[in-house]
Design a protein around this ligand. Sequence first.
Ligand SMILES: CC(C)(COP(=O)(O)OP(=O)(O)OC[C@H]1O[C@@H](n2cnc3c(N)ncnc32)[C@H](O)[C@@H]1OP(=O)(O)O)[C@@H](O)C(=O)NCCC(=O)NCCS
Length: 165
Amino acid sequence: MRPRIRPAAAADLAALVALDQVCFGASAWSADSWAEEFARLDGDRVVLVADEGAVVGYVVLLVPAVVEDPVDLLRIAVAPDERRTGIGGQLLTKALERCAGRTVLLEVAAGNESAEALYRGFGFGEMSRRRGYYAGGEDAVIMRWPGDVAAADVVAGDAVAGDVG
Ligand SMILES: CC(C)(COP(=O)(O)OP(=O)(O)OC[C@H]1O[C@@H](n2cnc3c(N)ncnc32)[C@H](O)[C@@H]1OP(=O)(O)O)[C@@H](O)C(=O)NCCC(=O)NCCS
């Protein structure tokens, strides 16, 4: 079943706290942090969820009101059992549709091959590195999406053909 990608609603909060814990373990956001994200949904936060009856994935964006300012992709994750079925791509497609014409930045651990492959497939490129940034000494890779909606459309189109979009 292909999930529906929709904006998060207040009723999703508990499910997101639980899924974030499963996906990020010790690096998960606390329930309070998630509540703060939800409190900013009328402001600069966008939270989209992949809904299959249950929430199976999510993406969180910080979208500054000033359009010249870059959007930050703060988080994207898919339930472990649902990975590699196209849901991450669906979430990113919808997220980038909201960022047409804007630069999008994100930070990913250098060893996170699945996330980096996902981002590169959507046209993100490495902008810089923070060496030894993470506790274990891993580098943080800063990636940038140039706001080229046409490129995103092409990838999304490919993704649909590949049963992702
Ligand atoms: C990164 C993540 C969101 C990807 O979600 P997903 O639903 O599995 O991604 P998709 O199925 O849409 O994959 C899209 C593309 O990403 C790349 N990709 C995804 N997982 C990959 C993996 N394990 N190895 C290599 N490439 C991978 C592939 O190019 C894939 O396309 P393909 O399946 O046609 O080859 C998921 O692995 C995840 O939740 N990881 C843990 C949380 C995390 O690290 N988030 C990012 C940091 S905030």
